[in-house]
Design a protein around this ligand. Structure first.
Ligand code: ADP
Length: 536
């Protein structure tokens, strides 16, 4: 996904809180045909919500460097928009290289003392942070819905999920063990120490404004690393609120810094600095490749969680209800805007028509609307570029012979709402099966044999998540082992959890996040050979 076009508004020294501006600068390159105005004055309802969030102290609109809330050096700001309404929620600083260098210095200085704390001292602060995230889950959920658009219930689910990484790594902090290696010589003792990598640059996307940050910052801080977070410019408010709670939890100044603004300038500063020892990134494969190339200059460690193209294979022997529910959850979570969303629903010919019918009925019942409205299951897409991408993929499929069973166009609500869509007779030649659509479109492909399904599933450069639905135990193992994917859900569409490793094969990335394995990404191994002091 590469949808990160942002509103770069030159508003001199507009430090502080909220701005209600009329603007059409969401995307200078958005030349869409039918779109409504892209940003507006705030309605009374949003105004009330924003005032409540402001008085809670969680609507932060400055960057965080060395424990201080700061503006961009030149006072430039970026507008943060509510994708459901186009309203400007806030202006945040548009930072670049020099602010990032300040953040690096602060993280570098803080590393000395933070890494020297005992694991238990770090653990207690992380635990406190977790408690604060949970006790503020409503405000954080509201911020997520406000800037990202997902339904409030789903946003609150993200807060619980996001916070769970902080809780888990507060516990794991105490379990960083080294090793003793049996020596080859009698007068020596051999040890392995595990030590924090150092300063970490964490670059995160807009689709999970909290969880993609905590999944990186939790293990980093637990190990004794310090971090500069660069959230997406589309969703910085949740990151800033989480950082405020980290300060309240007693995480010292400089341990967690947040900068946002000119993405490539910030990225370049992080890459160029020899003091930054690791980059951890979640986002598009294209940007991930740039970061990988850029990290070579200083030989930094890298974790990359990039795009997917998840197959969801439904076999004839699947339980139809389980397959429909599981595929629905895997496809339509966050309006299809996650890298583990089912991108291709590959259905065996014997069950194809029944599945298409039952699945379409289930999709039809999903209510679309503003994430703050009761009962809504599908919010807007993140921005106009996202809608245009979905439109172009659907047009391509129709042109190449696919049939729209449901939806297939912008929603009558306008803005960036798109109808939940089911398309049948999709083939491997279509964009819908070759690339991530990152929207609420479920393409149905047909297969005959298990071998064919595996070939189709693996016929992509991506390798993040895959799903299979079958009641045959032998088949579930056989197919799971043959799938070139980092995560496999068997008869289950929602599989992410803080206790299991998350990460991809092939061009979906490097490294794992979550679980005990997620700690290794932030630890160096040091081999120590201790000679015999008494030797003459
Ligand atoms: P998306 O489609 O989700 O915006 P991106 O890969 O473009 O995917 O963005 C993910 C994150 O990477 C965002 O925080 C974005 O600002 C950041 N980003 C984009 N380009 C660069 C870059 N050249 N260097 C560093 N970070 C970048």
């Amino acid at each position: 996904m590469t949808l990160g076009r942002i509103a770069l508004a030159r508003i001199p020294a507009t430090r502080g809180t909220i701005h209600r501006l009329f603007s059409t600068t969401l995307s200078s390159s958005s030349t869409n045909r039918t779109s409504p105005p892209l940003s507006r004055h705030m309605s009374m309802k949003s105004d009330n919500l924003v005032s409540k969030l402001t008085s809670s102290g969680l609507l932060k609109t400055q960057g965080l460097i060395d424990g201080k809330w700061v503006d961009a050096h030149d006072g430039d700001t970026i507008k943060v928009l509510n994708p459901a309404t186009g309203e400007v929620v806030a202006n945040v600083p548009c930072m670049g290289q020099s602010e990032t260098n300040d953040a690096i210095s602060s993280a570098y200085d803080a590393f000395r003392s933070w890494s020297k704390l005992t694991a238990s001292e770090r653990s207690q602060r992380l635990r406190k942070w977790y408690d604060l995230l949970i006790s503020h889950k409503e405000e954080l959920g509201q911020l997520i819905t406000l800037e990202q658009g997902k339904p409030l219930k789903e946003a609150m689910g993200e807060v619980i999920y996001g916070a769970s990484f902080i809780e888990f790594y507060a516990e794991e902090a105490k379990r960083v063990y080294g090793d003793i290696i049996p020596s080859t010589l009698g007068d020596r003792r051999l040890f392995v120490l595990k030590q924090p990598v150092g300063v970490v640059g964490a670059i995160t996307p807009w689709n999970f404004p909290l969880a993609m940050i905590t999944r990186k910052v939790g293990p980093a801080l637990a190990c004794g690393c310090t971090v500069i977070v660069k959230p997406s410019e589309l969703t910085p408010l949740t990151a800033l609120a989480a950082a405020e709670l980290a300060l309240q939890a007693g995480i010292p100044p400089g341990v967690l810094n947040v900068v946002m603004g000119k993405a490539s300038d910030i990225g370049d500063a992080l890459l160029a600095s020899p003091e930054v020892r690791k980059i951890t990134f979640t986002g598009s494969t294209a940007v991930g490749k740039k970061l990988m190339a850029g990290a070579a200059g200083t030989v930094k460690r890298l974790s990359l969680e990039l795009g997917g193209n998840a197959p969801c294979i439904v076999f004839d022997d699947a339980d139809l209800d389980v397959a429909v529910k599981g595929s629905l959850a895997a496809k339509f979570r966050n309006s299809g805007q996650t890298c583990v969303c089912a991108n291709r629903i590959i259905v065996q010919e014997g069950i194809y028509d029944k599945f298409a019918d039952a699945f379409s009925k289930a999709v039809q019942s999903m209510q679309v609307g503003d994430g703050f409205s009761e009962g809504v299951m599908q919010g807007p897409l993140i921005n106009e570029a996202a809608v245009q991408k979905v439109e172009s993929f659907v047009e391509d499929a129709i042109f190449k012979g696919a049939k729209v069973l449901l939806g297939g166009k912008r929603h009558s609500l306008g803005m960036t709402f798109y109808e939940p869509t089911v398309i049948s007779d999709v083939t491997e030649a279509m964009l819908l099966s070759r690339e991530e659509v990152f929207g609420p479109v479920a393409p149905l492909l047909r297969f005959k044999t298990e071998e064919e399904a595996i070939l189709m599933a693996n016929n992509t450069k991506a390798g993040l998540a895959a799903y299979i639905f079958t009641n045959n135990v032998q088949r579930s193992w056989r197919v799971t082992e043959a799938l070139e994917y980092g995560l496999v859900g068997v008869n289950e569409g929602l599989i992410s959890t803080e206790v299991a490793p998350f990460g991809g094969l092939k061009q979906s990335g490097l490294g794992r996040e979550g679980s005990k394995y997620g700690m290794d990404e932030y630890l160096e191994m040091k081999y120590v050979c201790l000679g015999d002091m008494n030797r003459k």
